[in-house]
Design a protein around this ligand. Sequence first.
Ligand SMILES: Nc1ncnc2c1ncn2[C@@H]1O[C@H](COP(=O)(O)OP(=O)(O)O)[C@@H](O)[C@H]1O
Ligand SMILES: O=C(CO)[C@@H](O)[C@H](O)COP(=O)(O)O
Length: 498
Amino acid sequence: MPLVAGVDTSTQSCKVVVRDAETGALVRSGSAKHPDGTAVDPRHWWDAFLAAAKEAGGLDDVAAIAVGGQQHGLVALDAEGNVVRDALLWNDTRSAQAAEDLVRELGDGDRETGAQRWADAVGSVLVASLTVTKLRWLRDAEPDNAARVAAVALPHDWLSWRIAGYGPAGDPSAPLGPQLDRLFTDRSDASGTGYYDAEADGPDGPGAYRLDLLRLALGRDDVVLPRVLGPAESGGVAHPSVAGSAVDGGALIGPGAGDNAGASLGLGMQPGDIAISIGTSGVVSAVAPRRTADGSGAINGFADATGNALMLAVTLNAARVLDAARTVLGCDVDELARLALAAPPGSDGLVLVPYLEGERTPNRPDATGTLHGIRLKNSTREHLARAYVEGMLCGLADGLDALRALDVPIDRVMLIGGAAQSPAVQQIAPQVFGLPISVPEPGEYVADGAARQAAWVLAAAANPGAEAPSWSTTIATTLDADARPVVREQYAAVRDLV
Ligand SMILES: Nc1ncnc2c1ncn2[C@@H]1O[C@H](COP(=O)(O)OP(=O)(O)O)[C@@H](O)[C@H]1O
Ligand SMILES: O=C(CO)[C@@H](O)[C@H](O)COP(=O)(O)O
């Protein structure tokens, strides 16, 4: 049985899974941490990938590999293949003013007009997360670095390029050197840049770069952008020092995907399915045949990894809100869950608005978190734990409402991401969302989606036109509970007091 590898180079860590290409059975896995911070030298992602691959027993025997990754991060390369500065990640808000400037400029000075024009052009109203705003920030704040930019990649594009053996000139781990024209990406991740229209008529199918928007941001467009591959197209072969050395012809590299599109592929999402991911980011996502251009900015209209649209609401404050609660309470994840479940729904009026890192949806990059309604009665560890869980979930419930407002069908809601394993999150989520919640078997769904894509690439190499393999997703449990409207009512009453 051929084996395939899937990688998730996410905000906090790198995860590698090795699966059987036909059945999807998990064979081996590994993971390694990334450094903290919103600006990171990508070499840490390379080191973490190598460590995770080693923990997964090495990748010599895999016949294909694909990479899913945190979206939007600006990896700006010079002509020698070096990064011009630390990559600015999706959760770095220093480009908030650049986003505002670009919105107004496209609207001929009018914000509302500009917001709708960006949504029509690329599927999303600009916020600091999107790559194009980081390019504008670079142009304005670091003109010397901006002048050195010869290629612009995203985290998953860059890691795929390194796996193929390319990289900085003179770096022994990059034997093929800095061939920038060998960079490739996929439609899902390109759709989060802000200078790619996934639904334009392109020469090879849907999707085309918007060089006019790149120029608007950077002031020029003479930079290499990764080639955008089709869903089952191979971008090349892994360097034998990294993967596939024991396989005839080497390991094919798949196009990869943005992490949310990777998760969608890993879960096998269909229209009507909603995934709520509680990782570093909080993401509410749905697949649809076409994107809706939401000029309000609540919903991003990205692409998925199969040819559909992927509609998302994304918050900056998710699993780390619970990490912060653990720091405040001095407890581990089990104790946090026990405490939260010991307090009543609504936490007797104690409400956390969880903008601990500013916020993206709604767009409040400079906001801070606030605790409201503190009384003697609710000044307990239990109430505080519950308020943190409820506040974080309320931000996601607003995202679900935004999808609903666009008439996105909601038949099934699946909860994934690191914090989805918390019993408190699992039990409180149906009370907040007012819907039953399905929790798939614990797993790395982004890496799994990348592995499924790798298996698809392998099948398509032998049989062009092959479909993605039909690996199944097991739902471990479905949780239902009476809706507790008080939680969202209390939250709505204070959410805008920032
Ligand atoms: N049982 C749990 N309860 C609460 N939080 C958890 C639990 N398990 C993991 N986490 C949190 O989940 C986060 C990691 O989730 P993950 O989806 O891997 O993030 P990312 O993909 O953004 O790197 C960490 O902040 C971690 O503390
Ligand atoms: O910005 C987005 C999507 O628009 C985030 O979803 C990032 O893609 C990071 O994801 P995680 O590493 O938190 O899973």
